[in-house]
Design a binder for this molecule. Structure first.
Ligand code: NDP
Ligand code: HSE
Length: 437
């Protein structure tokens, strides 16, 4: 059979990894796909930078040379960002080409428009590499778990922030130094605030929630909080209480809607997911039939991500000649079967909490705090008062609560912060047991 022709947009970390894997494993990949997957040309901005890797592969600085090339069957978008990536993908679809992308930002923001266009044109848009790097989580959720009603999922889905948290905890490394290292290793986004502030994880969570629950992409409704305000003190107190702090993306089917949230989270240290370190990712999915399943692997980097890109290329190649109606729907559910279940505002989310506050060590302070919590219908699970540091008048008080609704916690925090005996702001970190039940 004649080869299928691929055009690469971008030859950076992931594009370079993709070219390398396609070349190195060409024989195996052809045996799997049923025909050769041949890269016909690539587009970059800086020709000199890409020359060595490209070898005799024709290069262009105009990405439309790739997208408009009639010889090309599949366009692989690995340049990142929203524009011109969106325009290029839409143009590729309009030209009747399949698209493979690792661009979670693009899919989370414009996926609804992109999938509708692809559906109308009868082409595929594959995006395995967009979530959790090399872990085949899209395929697992979309196909492997299709018997299940998904109840919730929780994932460590940003390698950079997990790498930073791990290095800070294990080596006492400084935040900025570890971030620099993550950038050098090719893990970080072009704008690293996307990693640190939870935005990249929210892009990925948006995609996972759409496939898990059969809802449209709703990135703008996801709650996003990153790791930049975490202190080493809180990491240490969490450990003393038997928890690890991880940046989690959580999507949960609740009574009145779907929770969609990214934030630092205390997890019991005995959970497997609490022990996922460095740039590794893991996604825990709870289905009603299968129970909890855990997917673990490299969440970033050249070849791990290329592994997912090439798997998509093989899938698209196998299905290239299939009737479009016989293909797996982009979002797992048939396009006319998407549900309008609302995303819950953060105020309505139910979870447990770690609260740390600084208070003067005076009689009655604890009574005031516990009264405020009781009045807000918040039940305390554990409470610790630390010894004051040498020469200090204030002490750290750490409270763990049972599950409660976020708006009650917010109201209680405001009242606690208003107490004369309490100094500064209350540190609030959400806590999830992630139990199998
Ligand atoms: P890089 O910055 O390493 O590479 C981007 C590539 O795109 C470079 O070759 C760049 O060319 C090229 N490029 C950028 N803009 C244009 C343009 N307008 N026209 C032509 N070429 C262009 O990014 P990554 O490889 O790290 O990321 C690519 C995508 O993969 C992003 O969407 C990212 O979020 C996603 N991703 C990245 C992972 C990772 O571990 N790095 C993991 C999973 C997903 P030049 O170098 O000449 O400027
Ligand atoms: N910047 C991303 C991360 C790359 O660190 O996880 C993988 O999507």
């Amino acid at each position: 059979m004649k080869p299928i022709n691929v055009g690469l947009l971008g030859l950076g970390t992931v594009g370079g990894g993709t070219l390398t894997v396609l070349r190195r494993n060409a024989t195996e990949i052809t045996r799997r796909a049923g025909r050769e997957i041949r890269v016909l040309r690539a587009a970059v901005r800086n020709l000199d930078k890409a020359k060595l890797l490209a070898g005799d592969l024709p290069l262009s600085t105009n990405p439309f040379d790739v997208v408009d090339d009639p010889e090309i069957d599949i366009v692989v978008e690995l340049i990142g960002g929203l524009e011109p990536a969106r325009e290029l993908v839409m143009q590729a679809i309009a030209n009747g080409k399949h698209v493979v992308t690792a661009n979670k930002h693009l899919i989370a923001k414009h996926g609804n428009e992109i999938f509708a266009a692809a559906q109308a044109k009868g082409v595929m848009v594959a995006f395995e590499a967009a979530v959790a790097g090399g872990i085949p989580i899209i395929k697992a959720l979309r196909e492997g778990l299709s018997a299940n009603r998904i109840e919730w999922l929780a994932g460590i889905i940003n390698g950079t922030s997990n790498f930073i948290l791990t290095e800070m905890r294990d080596k006492g490394a400084a935040f900025e130094d570890v971030l620099k290292q993550a950038q050098e290793l090719g893990y970080a986004e072009a704008d690293p605030t996307f990693d640190i502030e939870g935005i990249d994880a929210a892009h990925k969570l948006t995609i996972l929630s759409a496939i898990a629950f059969g809802i449209p992409m709703q990135f703008d409704r996801a709650y996003t909080e990153g790791i930049s305000k975490l202190t080493r003190e809180d990491v240490q107190y969490a450990e003393e209480l038997g928890y690890r702090i991880k940046l989690l993306g959580i999507a949960r089917r609740a009574e009145n809607g779907i929770e969609l949230r990214v934030h630092p989270t205390l997890i019991p240290e005995r959970r497997l997911i609490a022990n996922v370190d460095g740039a590794m990712n893991a996604v825990l999915v709870k289905g009603d039939a299968v129970g909890p399943t855990l997917y673990y692997g490299a969440g970033a980097g050249a070849e791990p991500t290329a592994s997912a890109v090439v798997a998509d290329l093989v899938d698209v190649t196998r299905l290239h000649t299939a009737d479009p109606h016989h293909r797996v729907p982009h979002l797992a559910f048939q396009p006319d079967q998407l549900s309008d279940t609302p995303i819950l505002p953060m105020d309505e989310v139910r979870t447990a909490y770690y609260l740390r506050l600084r208070a003067f060590d005076r009689p009655g302070v604890l009574a005031d705090i516990t009264r405020i919590l009781a009045d807000s219908h918040i039940s305390i699970d554990a409470m610790v008062q630390k010894e004051p540091a040498e020469g200090e008048e204030q002490v750290n008080i750490i409270l763990l609560t049972h599950i409660t609704v976020e708006k009650n916690v917010n109201a209680a925090i405001a009242k606690i912060e208003a107490l004369d005996a309490v100094a500064g702001q209350v540190m609030r970190i959400r806590l999830e047991e992630l139990a199998a039940k």
